[in-house]
Design a protein around this ligand. Structure first.
Ligand SMILES: *Cc1c(COP(=O)(O)O)cnc(C)c1O
Length: 235
């Protein structure tokens, strides 16, 4: 299968999953997780119909930006973001999906204020309650969302999650369903000066169809588009 065929197939699978759940397929957008890919591969993916690229690593992203590799697509930061790298991300991406702590939230707000711009963000939720994973605990989500809503240089657009490695036939559906409940809840409670909270980012190559059935509006897919990645360190 070529990259072009994979892009078409994954998009069709997203549409089919949406229809099977009675959802409008137009509500769900593919985010191509482009980590370790070259600038040329990213350009090919965009030419093939990818409209959003998701990057994990600040260094790779900076190199691709210098190459104009993302031209024609929107850019999301989806990886773990350290506060000392916030400067290299804020204002350079359309959406930071992975804000998972008050500390990072404040750093992103401070940098956006410095640049006098408004940065769109998602809050990352640690839905599986895993020790080693970043993201806010569900019980603390409301407070963080309220804090985000009070930041004049941030626009809270929704939630993101990376669930635990799926186990068993049910996979991560229960986690995705929980995320959808949190998303609906936050949408109802957070008054954010007219901003629309309409992004729920969940689902990867192994489970994006389940995520779509449970309400995802963004699915982040790497392997199913680009093939397996060489083993590497933690992102
Ligand atoms: C790599 C990555 C993905 C895509 O993973 P695949 O299993 O290759 O589809 C999605 N989200 C994040 C945050 C990632 O780092």
């Amino acid at each position: 299968m070529t990259l072009e065929e994979n892009v078409a197939l994954v998009k069709e699978r997203i549409r089919a999953a949406a229809r099977s759940a009675g959802r409008d397929p137009g509500e769900v957008t593919l985010v191509a997780a482009t980590k370790v890919q070259t600038s040329d591969t990213i350009r090919r993916a965009i030419a093939a119909g990818v409209t959003i690229c998701g990057e994990n690593r600040v260094q790779e992203m900076t190199a691709h930006l210098a190459d104009n590799a993302y031209d024609g697509a929107a850019l999301h930061f989806i990886g773990h973001l350290q506060t000392n790298k916030v400067r290299q991300v804020v204002g350079r991406v359309d959406l930071i999906e992975s804000v998972g702590s008050a500390h990072l939230l404040e750093a992103v707000e401070a940098q956006a204020a410095k640049l006098d711009l408004c940065q769109d963000i998602l809050l990352e939720v640690n839905i599986g309650g895993e020790q080693a994973k970043s993201g806010v605990a569900p019980a603390e989500l409301y407070d963080l969302a309220a804090r985000a809503a009070d930041c004049p240089h941030l626009r809270l657009r929704g939630l993101m999650t990376i669930p635990p490695i799926a186990q068993g036939p049910e996979g991560n559906r229960a986690f995705f369903a929980k995320m959808y409940q949190l998303y609906v809840d936050i949408r109802q409670k957070i008054d954010h000066n007219g901003t629309v909270i309409n992004c729920l980012s969940m689902g990867m190559s192994g489970d994006f169809e389940d995520a779509v059935r449970e309400g995802a509006t963004l699915v982040r897919v790497g392997t199913a588009l680009f093939g397996p990645r060489p083993p590497m360190g933690k992102a």
